[in-house]
Design a protein around this ligand. Structure first.
Ligand code: ATP
Length: 596
């Protein structure tokens, strides 16, 4: 089932070793449909950056204009400045709107794409990853990307424009001083590049621990009642606290590196610029340059220095987002061990055949769950699977629906091997009542309707009646429209099971898969449901797993399983007469029933 949080670090290492995803390249396809927005955003950014770059020129003109005392020129400059302010405001507003909206759009698409990928993944995938972790990625990691697209990326572009534009203007103002400034650049780029990679690894580790912490929280909260019943609240809290502290520790390491990068860069950038200005001030004194020129140069130098400092911070942010992107791309590109064929053969109902099927679950490759299973269920036949716990009965039900592929042997349905058909094609011919009935957080009605969403209200009610569920549903506060709680917590085990049965009945599929379908029902309900099943099974292929032999006595054939093999088969009477495992189980159960 779920991995322990401790293994999150191992998983993280495993991931780090796997292929490195190009920083934000993986996100590019998500921007493709919104090219026009990207162009608009770039235009808005260019406008605001250009305006900021014009201001120092204006400052020089004003200062030098003052010195020649030309007031009319001054008036013109200030009127121009007001017009520029309007353009600046417009550009800034447009940038915010376009960029933020683009970010939200892309992240919404990304979330949907991940969900679409995840909902179709076969169960083996979720054995390694806790669902809470997947949720954390869909929420926290995408939020991080949103902040990068929505603000950091545009700030980054703006600062890049300001930095390069500022440099050009500096060069124009004073090539000598600019040359000196450029000597500082390698000192700034060095630490950015050296520490940036480290930061990305640390960010990724941090996100992994956050996900592990979400995974732990969702697992414990979902089973809060069991935790309380065993008085393990403190233990659960400690476990959660440990993972959360790990997340904090990794965040601390990330923050430390980021603070270091920022500190180095700001110091180098500002002290370097100050040094250059020092020289400039000497030039003004000697008359080699005007005061206005130096002021213009100072402002450009300040723009370049502050945009460089901002870029270093944003670079760190981008590294963080790159870590998050890696984690999301892993979900988007997750390989499913089960895949649909390129050219599927259309599915049609027919016999269900297992031919020498050998299977071990991926998580336990050395422990075969099925060890050479052969059987055929002809259309319309009812076959029961019985045997001790862990014999492999539910495994057969899972393989019939191709949630896993066997390592050896073949499973065919209607004469075609399962991997040659699209999974949704043959699954639509199957109705399942699983061992643990799943009830969704919605109404009783919607839960039954899930079996066949096109069904009418009358059909839903008829299915509920057949599943002996109508009476209890009507007694709920809002009848069929009553909310049944998350995972059906407002229902009893037997009620949940009857909802699951009604859902399967409504599905009206040619193959009925019943895995301990009536195990939670009282004798009376079970007898009623049993009758419904018998009526339903008449024209259907039915595979039924049951511990209570009374429920399978009338099956056309009973397959007795033990340790992944079918050790006997026949009718109830013939198996009892044979005197094997089945006869022993029957004796035990029927004598208990007699005694009761
Ligand atoms: N997802 C899984 N990963 C690894 N092993 C599994 C998994 N599911 C089941 N198994 C193992 O496979 C074997 C067969 O399990 P299966 O659920 O088919 O038994 P069963 O006959 O249905 O038992 P029960 O009557 O208790 O439901 C068991 O040893 C079980 O531990």
């Amino acid at each position: 089932m779920a991995q322990t949080p401790n293994s999150a670090a191992e998983v993280s290492e495993e991931r780090a070793a796997s292929k490195r995803v190009g920083v934000l390249q993986a996100l590019l396809p998500y921007f493709a449909p919104y090219k026009i927005w990207v162009v608009l955003a770039l235009a808005a950014l260019t406008i605001t950056a250009s305006v900021s770059l014009i201001l120092p020129v204006a400052a020089r003109r004003v200062i030098d204009g003052f010195s020649v005392g030309d007031v009319s020129l001054l008036n013109q400059y200030f009127m121009g400045a007001i017009a520029v302010a309007a353009i600046f405001a417009l550009g800034t507003g447009l940038r915010y709107y376009v960029v933020t909206r683009l970010g939200e759009r892309v992240v919404a698409d990304l979330r949907k794409a991940i969900f679409d990928r995840m909902i179709g993944m076969s169960p083996a995938y979720f054995e390694k990853l806790m669902t809470g972790e997947v949720l954390s990625r869909i929420t926290t990691d995408t939020t991080l990307i949103l902040s990068v697209i929505g603000s950091s990326a545009s700030w980054m572009l703006r600062n890049m424009l300001m930095m390069s534009g500022g440099l050009i203007m500096m060069l124009w103002t004073s090539p000598k001083l600019t040359g000196l400034v450029l000597l500082i650049v390698p000192l700034i780029l060095g630490p950015i590049l050296a520490l940036g990679r480290k930061l990305r690894g640390l960010s990724r580790q941090n996100q992994d621990w956050i996900a592990a912490s979400s995974g732990k929280a969702s697992e414990s909260l979902l089973s809060a009642q069991t935790v309380q019943a065993f008085t393990h609240e403190a233990r659960s809290s400690t476990e959660f606290s440990n993972v959360t502290e790990k997340a904090y520790d990794s965040a601390r390491a990330r923050i430390k590196t980021r603070a270091l990068i920022t500190m180095i860069i700001i110091f180098v950038a500002f002290s370097g610029v100050m040094g250059v200005l020092w020289i400039g001030a000497i030039d003004v004194r000697s008359g080699a340059t005007t005061a206005g020129q130096l002021v213009q140069f100072v402002i450009y130098a300040a723009i370049v220095a502050s945009s460089t400092a901002a870029l270093s911070e944003l670079w760190s942010e981008l590294q963080r987002a790159a870590g998050a992107t890696e984690r999301l791309v892993e979900l988007l590109e997750a390989e499913d061990s089960i895949a649909d064929p390129q050219e599927p053969i259309p599915a049609k109902p027919g016999a269900l055949v297992f031919e020498d099927v050998k299977f071990a679950f991926p998580s336990r490759p050395d422990q075969p769950a099925l060890n050479g299973v052969n059987f055929t269920i002809n259309p319309g036949e009812t076959v029961a699977l019985v045997g001790p716990s862990g014999a492999g009965k539910s495994t057969i039900i899972q393989l019939v629906q191709r949630f896993f592929d066997p390592q050896a042997g073949h499973i065919t349905f209607g004469g075609v091997a399962l991997p040659q058909m699209r999974r949704s094609d043959f699954r639509q011919f199957m109705a399942l009542v699983p061992q643990d009935p799943v009830v969704f957080a919605s109404s009783a009605y919607d839960n039954i309707l899930f079996g066949r969403p096109s069904a009418s209200r009358d059909e839903v009610i008829a299915a509920a009646k057949a599943a002996a569920a109508d009476d209890f549903i009507r007694a709920l506060p809002d009848g069929y429209d009553s909310y049944v709680g998350e995972r059906g917590v407002m229902l009893s085990g037997g009620q949940k099971q009857r909802i699951a049965i009604a859902r399967a009945i409504l599905r009206d599929a040619p193959v009925l898969l019943l895995d301990e379908a009536t195990s939670a029902l009282d004798g009376e309900s079970e007898a009623l449901v049993q009758k419904a099943f018998e009526a339903l099974s008449k024209h259907r292929t039915t595979l039924v797993v049951a511990h209570r032999l009374a429920t399978v006595k009338n099956a056309d054939r009973i397959l007795v399983m033990d340790q992944g093999q079918i050790i006997a088969q026949g009718t109830h009477a013939s198996l009892v007469a044979e005197g094997g495992l089945y006869a022993r189980l029957a004796k035990l159960q029927f004598s208990q029933t007699d005694g009761a």
